[in-house]
Design a protein. Structure first.
Length: 242
């Protein structure tokens, strides 16, 4: 991936978690001044499939396919090859799927794209979801702090050839320390101080997250549920510039 392209893009990624592609394109059309990358998550992908990637690309956006794949290595690698044909900017898989899965995915992406002359997407590993706190982590049998678990998964992802990581704003600093400057860090769980947190537990303000070392921020509901999506996106960018 061309590092200069990444630097040119707005750091604000719009998460479009709706079922209607029409509605999603309408919201996205209102934020073109602030947003270059649209994130297609499980809801929109389940409803509109790969057609949603092509539609947003036609509208001039870069695409983050965030379907957080987690399956056996062969299945994830095969699905990655299919998605590479649409040339998204980023693609997520779960780091909890293990080293073999991450390695298979990263080899599949590299070989497939090199073979066909396609632009290679950034393969981004989801660490611990931002809706999970220490209590929730303990309940699924992980006997470590959230930070410890995120850093362990981040190091495995780096060693498996992954290009980036998704982590909460609260773990950006330790993750940067763990993996260095090369990996792209994407963080959801971003809220302005006066904004509703919804189900996000590990949150920070946009400016704080960027100062900690994030490359991109993912924000959904505060923009697409707003009466004024462009104004809301603008306020988030203002917080970054402060
Ligand atoms: O609406 P909100 O700003 O909370 O949306 C956050 C987005 O980031 C959602 O699309 C969610 O799937 C995604 N995400 C997350 N936590 C992660 C990884 C992705 O919230 N660890």
């Amino acid at each position: 991936m061309d590092k200069d392209l990444l630097k040119k893009l707005s750091p604000l990624i719009l998460a479009m978690d709706t079922s209607s592609l029409h509605e999603a394109r309408e919201v996205a059309s209102k934020v073109v001044e602030s947003v270059d990358i649209v994130k297609i998550g499980l809801q929109l992908f389940s409803s509109a499939g790969t057609g949603s990637i092509s539609s947003f690309k036609d509208d001039g956006f870069e695409i983050f396919v965030d379907i957080k794949m987690c399956d056996i290595p062969n299945t994830v690698a095969s699905a990655c090859r299919v998605l590479c044909d649409y040339e998204p900017l980023m693609l997520t898989i779960h780091t909890m799927g293990g080293v073999e899965m991450m390695r298979a995915a990263s080899i599949a992406v590299r070989e497939h794209c090199d073979g066909l002359g396609l632009r290679k997407p950034l393969l981004v590993g989801v660490t611990v979801l931002t809706s999970i706190d220490l209590f929730a982590l303990g309940k699924i049998g992980v006997d470590d702090s959230v930070e410890g678990q995120v850093c362990r998964l981040a190091a495995l992802a780096r060693d498996s050839g992954m290009d980036g990581l998704v982590c909460s704003p609260l773990e950006i600093t330790p993750v940067r320390r763990e993996v260095g400057e090369e990996m792209v860090l994407v963080t959801p769980g971003v809220r302005l101080r006066d904004s509703d947190r919804n189900d996000q537990l590990r949150v920070a303000a946009p400016g704080e997250a960027m100062k900690s070392g994030a490359d991109f921020l993912v924000v959904g509901r505060p923009i697409y549920e707003s009466e004024d999506p462009e104004g809301s996106a603008g306020r988030i960018l203002d917080d970054i510039r402060l």
